[in-house]
Design a protein around this ligand. Sequence first.
Ligand code: PLP
Length: 375
Amino acid sequence: MQFRDLKKQYEVLKLEIDAGIAEVIESSKFISGSKVQELEKALANYTGRKHCISCANGTDALELCLLAWGIGKGDAVFVPSFTFMSTAEVVATVGAVPVWVDIDLGTFNMSPVELEKAIQKTLTEGALTPKVIIPVDLFGLPADFSRILPIAEKYGLKVLEDGAQGFGGEIQGKKACSFGDASTTSFFPAKPLGCYGDGGAVFTDDDEMAVLLRSIAVHGKGREKYENIRLGRNSRLDSIQAAVLLPKLIAFEKYEVEAVNRVADLYSNKLQGFPVITPSVPGGFLSSWAQYTLLCSDCETRNALQQELKAHEIPSMVYYPCGLHKQKAFEYCSQGVTLPNTEDACKKVLSLPMHPYLTETEIDSVCTVIKSFFN
Ligand SMILES: *Cc1c(COP(=O)(O)O)cnc(C)c1O
């Protein structure tokens, strides 16, 4: 059993993917070819955003936004600690300071209550200027934007949705990567919509920001290719990745999001009555299930359960074993910080195999091991 079976997906979509790749090779338009523009249109259309600007990866996508907004020295950016490195890394690489916000254990996403406390504390201390909030759509579930956006408005902060894991999710029918001033996603192979290498994208409705993002992503270009009006980066999605993503997006929209939701429902039904908390999706929300993550009663149980699964050749992962505020890289900005829910989650979480091509037989075999472990 695979944790995320990319090979099975390729078998299903092989004809279209191979044809798209061959087309790019024959055209020799490896960078910024027509497939890239076609993909950007399709992605903007899917998310409901006015602009999609593709780039080299999901980390760059976040950094490009912070650069476009001029975020840097002396600025505070509010981020969860229970997330992948990139969310906070980009804050530090542009020279700003990540200010940690604890999560809600029910969703693993940024707590709006803790967010407001962190903003007020930063204002009171006065050393940093609050500028941006980066809520993460963790494990496929959109962050609580209906409560976060009003807080951003109240304090005059920008909102950057980190949708690297959230692509395909929804709140009240509104798609992930459409919330806040700008949103980003990643096409890393194991993400909900993955390519065959690295890739990412920014989404925004802001025309000026879109122009700025395209400039920064290509060496600060002006109207002409060899006119450079600012310092930028080299961050582009290549045409072959776009060719892989185009048929994958069709399958994603047609049946893959539905399929992962079916898998999640099967897991949750079969695991009812056992001493693990299965992930819950709040009313009005839809998850794209980047991960299906259990909360065990304690660390020893989690580790023993993972060993038991491993003994039956069932892969599982701990996302994440350590909050970013406890990582050495962020020691300098985490003095005296305690995030009880983040620290608790790190000890108790366990993610099970999850992908659209998981069969009920496979789900049964995972659940049988879990049940016999607890019996
Ligand atoms: C994967 C991920 C990223 C970074 O994406 P890359 O394409 O790997 O650079 C950013 N944020 C979160 C929450 C992620 O899971």
